[in-house]
Design a protein around this ligand. Sequence first.
Ligand code: ADP
Ligand code: MG
Length: 674
Amino acid sequence: MIVITLYSMPESPGNVRTSWWALFWEVLARNLKMSIATVDPEGRLLSLYNHPYPASQSQKNSPLMAAFNNFYSKLPGKFAHREEGQLVFNPLGLPEGMARLEDGSFLILGGCLEERDPQRLDKLLEKLDKLEAPARDQFWAEMPLVTPEKLKEYLSRVVDLYNSLQRYHSSSGTAELLSAVENLDRLISLTFNPEHFELSATLELIATFIVAVAGGGGAFAFTCEYPGKSLTLWSGEHAHVVEELADIWKTLCRTKEPAKSFADLAWKMIEAELDLTFQGVYRMHNGATVYLGFIGKERPYLRKVLAALVKKAAVALGVSSLFRVFQHRWGLVFNSIMHGIIVTDNRGTILMMNQAAKQFFCDYGVKVPAAGQKITACGFGRQIEEAVCIAARSNRSFMQKRSAIGEGDSLAHLRWDVVPLLREDGCSAGAVLVFNDITEPVKLHLEIQDWERLATAGEIAAGLAHEIRNPLATAKAAIQLARMVKDPPKQEELLNKLERELDRLNDILTNFLNISKPMPEKKLEPVNLNQVLNELLFLLNSEALLNEIDLEINFFSGKPLVVLGSSGSLKQVFLNIARNAIEAMTNGGKLSISTSLQNGCVHVTFQDNGPGIPEEYMATITKPFFTTKPGGTGLGLSISSSIVKMMGGELIIKSALGEGTTVNICLPVYEDKA
Ligand code: ADP
Ligand code: MG
């Protein structure tokens, strides 16, 4: 691909000076991505370039332009006595640095300061709203942020360059020329910013500088790469010659050694046509050729300047191709990551997003938000949007969050992190959102939960039928017997038996309801675990005493152990487990109950030195109706583990035959966020 940019200048001699300066300012504004205005000592606006707005005719008559004119006309009077480089705020509300040039005129350089003042930001947006809407978005996205220090630095470099060029024009001295080249060099190093480095803009700046040095004579710059880019610049009196040269270059730049053949041809052409000198310098660099040339009156040292600049251009070319290789590789990595990644600046404007993020939007039939749009355009919902805004303005991170977005068919579950995009100075320059679409796993999980519930319900129903049949049979037998016997004490005994069996039935049914729907009405609330255990101690102590068991208590005393649960259900759990231990130690033994705090979890541990649980039972003891006891229901552990699970915790049983059993309940600590 060949890209050629052409500039033509008005031919009238009187205008030449102002027009090459106009070109110079325009190219400079594009390079710095800022606005540049020059104002004469009487306050008349000489030039104004608002990157990325070209100063088009329509804008010249707009209310905005009128506001600018009004603003600049007051500058000389207002700021004549103020300090150089002082910041002022233009009609758009954008900060500008103002400096006095050696010829008495004013230079105003504007950028978008890193705004941390939301009010000012809103006002600016409001003003931009008055411009055409699409242009506003472009303006917003392309306006890079600068710090006040950076703005001042740019300003003094631009002033130096202007002043040195002016001095060269009035004296034509070598020292002035070399200092102008040096100042250009310093300005280019400033714009060598990997965030917004553009080769063509740099080459354009170099070529414009040659035009400025030539004072509006014919000057041009070409670069060519394979497959290459080419840039042409022409100006002033010899425009048609440069145009012809550009045509020659276009055909030659695809050949093997274009520069040499070009120099021969150009020289012949100029000699034949004009009474002017032709000087051209080229340099090959990594298979690319840069050619800078000048047609005009003999100027001393011009060749040296061209040589120095062509070297600069070649370096820029080298950097740009390295940069492209890097970008390409980086892009491959960025786009290979399976997580969606969206990077925003500190105004929440999207800077880039990787392939996975784009795919996410495609999968849900949503238009992929473009760079330059706000994060709110993604439709991620308030939680993520707020996290991005906070991370972009402070150093806060949001890790391992989950959100559900959209509705109906396009409901998506996201797992996401938002971290600030930190600059070297530790301040946030934006935010990075990393997200995973976990819609499928979430759906699967819900399905599995359904299946598990169904399976357990089936198991329970089978067990229940079996369990109910036993007491029912006994009850029926008791009734039949009671009919037959006439002896009142005997009858009384049978009725008692009947009552006990009905009680057992009632127990089984109550417990069953507890499993299938653990704590339907009870709300979860903060519960102090040591307190719950203390309330149980009287009961446990007397049961232990009756069964000749030593009870050892060791409660954590560091701070209250608070979990989110229900104290009634927790009592049920602790009693079930303690009773199991007591029931297991038929010949006495020791039961230790302890609480502790580890890694954000509260642990309640019941350790007995009873007979232990055979390995083959371990997998089934928490299943409903599994019991090894003649009068057991087999529901204690099953209910306990579903209660603990519901509170977000876990019930872990470890046992060694002949040594004892340890049941550990761990529950997440409840942190009061208020
Ligand atoms: P149940 O106590 O009605 O039998 P559980 O669900 O509470 O029902 O317990 C199931 C089974 O697990 C018990 O029958 C017993 O075999 C075993 N078990 C539970 N805790 C212990 C323990 N601490 N020591 C030995 N076996 C135990
Ligand atoms: Mg039990």
